[in-house]
Design a binder for this molecule. Structure first.
Ligand code: F1P
Length: 353
């Protein structure tokens, strides 16, 4: 970075660099996270709605995954708040629990879902990084994760910490007493610190994509890395206005592969676990046909691969990918001559719909 660009994007970079600290903030909330877990379990809800808007919706999606996989009898629904409002309000009842994610706790659609849900008897949990917000009026459990104010408009440390807090709840619901989240958070923190230390190399990689003429990103992920792929593609769009899309990894073969050309970068999130070998095969295929590929993984590392964390949970390793993709977004945006701290048309809070 030259001296003129040093201040450009400073706020967002500071937020990203505080991710290791925000992992500790989640750790400090272990007791309240356990209480919320118990309250949801004791409530014995028939259905659980996970919701939010924008990045917070993708966070809700990630958080829901342990229950979708391991609690088949629970009716788990994951939707943007606006969709619940327009189509599903009548399905909310005292048998439902709403888990809402919101950095501000003020987003119009999310507030309205909580309000209308409460009128119909739902049990409402909100995960937020805002100490106080409008949503407190409609929350049975207000889970405030104290990571400090997010300086940037683009969500970075807030996405990481709210997702992590939510995952501690749902992984606890699934793993119960056998889970030792403390040591898992140590591994995540270690990964975050080491990737932040290597940020200059990651920025150079991103800058090189500009030099290569990359003007479109396809981000592929499976299982827990699918919401991360969506979030990464949203980051790229919000910050650098580049064409970016996310897909379930193997869906790429079913048509979209036709759009590959020299200006496309395929980002593959390939965490160890259920989807590993299938996604790895796709990666090899794409390399063999000469596609530009960046792989993120915690297994079989090579020169085209950035490392993910290695915890006991695929969901946490998938989350570790977002830090790398935030750094790539930052590097690509700054190298494009844009200021990630002043993203075009993005507002901190959407207050009407
Ligand atoms: C949700 C959100 C953000 C987005 C933008 C507008 O906010 O869609 O994801 O980046 O700032 O609002 P929130 O409900 O998490 O505060």
């Amino acid at each position: 970075m030259n001296s003129a660009s040093r201040v450009v994007g400073e706020k967002t970079l500071q937020d990203i660099m505080e991710i290791p600290k925000s992992i500790d903030a989640v750790r400090e909330n272990f007791d309240s996270l356990k209480e919320v877990t118990t309250s949801i379990v004791n409530r014995n809800c028939r259905c659980l709605y996970f919701t939010g808007c924008g990045s917070s919706y993708y966070s809700a999606m990630l958080i829901s995954i342990p229950l979708q996989i391991h609690r088949p009898k629970l009716n788990v629904r994951v939707l943007p708040s606006s969709e619940i409002l327009m189509y599903l309000i009548n399905t909310l009842s005292e048998e439902c629990c709403i888990v809402a994610i919101s950095r501000s706790g003020e987003t119009a659609e999310t507030l309205e879902v909580m309000k209308r849900g409460r009128e119909r008897g739902t049990y409402n949990v909100i995960i937020t990084i805002s100490e106080k917000s409008e949503s407190i009026k409609y929350a049975d459990e207000y889970l405030y994760i104290n990571v400090g104010v997010e300086r940037g408009i683009v969500m970075t440390k807030s996405f990481y910490s709210m997702s992590l807090a939510g995952l501690v709840i749902t992984l606890n619901m699934v793993a119960g007493k056998s889970s030792n989240m403390d040591s898992e958070l140590d591994k995540l923190k270690e990964h975050a610190i080491s990737m932040i230390e290597k940020r200059s190399a990651i920025f150079r990689l991103a800058e090189n994509y500009i030099n290569m003429g990359i003007n479109r990103f396809v981000v592929l992920g499976s299982g827990p890395s699918y919401p991360i792929a969506l979030e990464a593609s949203l980051k790229l769009k919000e910050a650098s206005y580049v064409a970016a899309e996310a897909m379930h990894a193997l869906e790429f073969r079913h048509g979209p592969i036709a759009t590959l050309d020299k200006n496309v970068l395929v980002v593959i999130i390939n965490q160890d676990g259920k989807s590993y070998s299938y996604v790895y095969k796709l990666y090899e295929e794409l390399r063999n046909i000469g596609a530009n590929v960046l792989r993120l993984s915690n297994k079989d590392l090579d020169e085209d691969t950035l490392p993910l964390s290695r915890t006991s949970y695929e969901e946490l390793d998938a989350l570790s990918a977002i830090l790398l993709l935030q750094l790539i977004t930052y590097g690509y945006t700054v190298a494009s001559g844009l200021d990630i701290d002043s993203p075009r048309r993005l507002v901190r809070v959407v207050t009407r719909y």
